[in-house]
Design a protein around this ligand. Sequence first.
Ligand SMILES: [Zn+2]
Length: 207
Amino acid sequence: MINSELIQIANNLFCIKSIEMDNNTYLLVKNGQCIIIDPSFNFESIDHFLTKKNLKLVGIILTHCHYDHSWAVSALEKKYACPIYAHEFDKSTYLKYDCSQWIQKSVPKIKKINWIHEVDLTISDFNLQIVLTPGHTSGSICVNYNNYLFTGDTLFTNGIGRFDFPNSSFHDLKKSLDFIYKKYPPKTLILPGHGDWNNLKFIRKVL
Ligand SMILES: [Zn+2]
């Protein structure tokens, strides 16, 4: 069942929106390769996209390990055997606090996650920066690629992430947001885990 919509944001960037919880799956494309940020529930749509465009999946990055961002990882791992990355500080989210109790189902098991720190991460032809931005969860990250910033559930275009989970912290979230506002230029395209995207200048006006 396809319950999603494919949107092209730029020539190297696509989004698959799962309608159910308005989750955004981002697909970065370069030289016939693809990196996915937060597969969400979108296995079928991702699979279709990769096949249709004849792309090689070279990596999956999780902005954090809540089930609505990670559900399709296991199926993609089985089919494409690509590396999966999440921040080491989000192990607690993965192991205990993935929120899957809300739907009374367990997240399909992922065989191997590469637990990473804040790093310049090179995956194939992609040079990315992993920026630890705790608050929504203890190991939430933003992923920077050129002037794109994938913010997961840390920063939305019309608000900030929830901070009422067992491993959330409002204090940390506020620090992370201040860091983003200072570090990234106004033209940076903020690509959140849910809802619309827009540049940082627009978001600062709204928030
Ligand atoms: Zn979340």
